[in-house]
Write a protein that binds this ligand. Structure first.
Ligand code: FEO
Length: 402
């Protein structure tokens, strides 16, 4: 059964929120056992009706049913497409068909994408950075272009009189919150959504981290005049500082001092044995590393692994040699790191066991170095680690726990 809510958010603003617990892999890639929401908004002025963003492709009919709970689609004047990725634009072609009088506002690139994805010919009006759109006597819309948060088409829409910022992917979160507003969640759920927001950011926007602060600075003149931030995933915020401070932290590429993440693969336990020794040594220093295991009993949740790696100071990667190469799942981890994780200020240690030829750690070092990651130490051993290997490992632990 499709689960959605239609609810008034503030005066003259409604949310249509699809609670999607059936998508297991966001972008067919990222594990999301917590689910995700797609938030579309309907804004009323004295004489105009505006829809902001839509739902994922595949939910068109149910979207129109939800919409009819607050407005007849024929009465819609504007459809704002903040971002054309199909988790937000999938219902736009159907909406445009029934909202016959509507004008679609979006960045030039978003309009090109709507045409190419859906063959959608409609009444388009491209909008530019800092453009003011006079919606009606009592309402002005200001467009801010925020490229690469998440695509080059992305804008955020600020309704001046309503003091509402519709931010699409920006400040968006995985998960299905029990309430519409973040401020209405209990403390545990707030913590969970802080994490889901970080996870969404790292998985989806991480590659474009350098665009965060320069885009946020464009929004700074608005900040004293925002009463709600309404992303198109997850909860809505009354307290602007909550999502902003998280984005400032992530955008700064800050590391958490001494945060240590270990990811390793082990087919027959040789790599695992030395990892266990390493964990013991690190814990003796009062640090509790986060450990992600790839074994015949465990597989990690990669979307969570990559989230934790984002602000880790120490990253330890254990790889066996496999077909004279890096172990395949570790190669995948390295590719995700290269795509999503800033290499700045991180210390990387590679551990590798081999049977007859030591190549995995060396190849892995080359792969990571291409992106600028600094491999501080490599520990390679044939079969079982010797005492010398363990002594060397202890010296490595001394360095990374300082
Ligand atoms: Fe939530 Fe980039 O789409």
């Amino acid at each position: 059964m499709v689960d959605y809510i239609v609810q008034k958010v503030v005066k003259d603003v409604y949310i249509l929120r699809l609670n999607d617990s059936s998508t297991k892999y966001f972008e067919a890639l990222w594990e999301i056992p917590e689910g995700v929401t797609y938030n579309s908004f309907v804004v009323f002025t004295d004489d105009r009706v505006i829809v902001v963003d839509g739902w994922k492709k595949g939910y068109e009919q149910i979207y129109i049913e939800a919409l009819r709970e607050v407005v007849e689609p024929g009465n819609i004047n504007y459809i704002i497409v903040n971002h054309s990725e199909p988790d937000h634009s999938g219902t736009i072609p159907t909406l445009a068909k029934v909202a016959k009088q509507s004008l679609i506002l979006g960045h030039r690139i978003a309009i090109e994408i709507l045409r190419s994805f859906y063959g959608l010919e409609a009444n388009y009006r491209p909008v530019n950075d800092e453009e003011l759109v006079k919606i009606s006597d009592g309402e002005t819309l200001v467009i801010h272009y925020v490229p690469w948060l998440h695509w080059p088409d992305t804008i955020v829409s600020y309704f001046v009189e309503k003091k509402a910022l519709f931010s699409c992917d920006v400040f968006g979160s995985y998960g299905i919150p029990s309430r519409v507003f973040y401020e209405e969640l209990g403390d545990d759920e707030k913590r969970l959504f802080n994490y889901y927001t970080k996870k969404y950011f790292v998985n989806i926007i991480g590659k474009y981290v350098d665009w965060v602060n320069r885009n946020l600075s464009k929004l700074s003149p608005l900040l004293n005049n925002i009463e709600i931030i309404a992303p198109s995933h997850g909860p809505i915020y009354k307290n602007v500082e909550t999502p902003l401070s998280l984005y400032r932290y992530l955008g700064s590429k800050a590391i958490e001092r001494r945060k240590t993440v270990i990811v390793y693969a082990s087919m027959y336990g040789f790599t695992e044995n030395i990892i266990n020794t390493l964990i013991e040594e690190i814990e003796k220093k009062g640090i509790h590393p986060l450990v992600f295991r790839i074994t015949d009993k465990n597989q990690p949740i990669y979307s969570e692994l990559i989230t934790e790696l984002f602000d880790a100071e120490n990253i330890v990667i254990g790889t066996p040699n496999y077909d004279s190469d890096i172990y395949p799942s570790i190669k995948y981890v390295a590719e995700l790191m290269k795509a999503k994780i800033p290499p700045d200020n991180k210390r990387i240690v590679l551990l590798s066991s081999y049977g007859w030829g030591a190549v995995a750690a060396r190849k892995l070092k080359d792969v990571l170095s291409e992106k600028g990651f600094r491999v501080m130490d490599m520990v390679e051993f044939k079969g079982r680690p010797t005492e010398n290997t363990v002594d060397f490992l202890k010296r490595v632990v001394e360095k990374i726990t300082q």
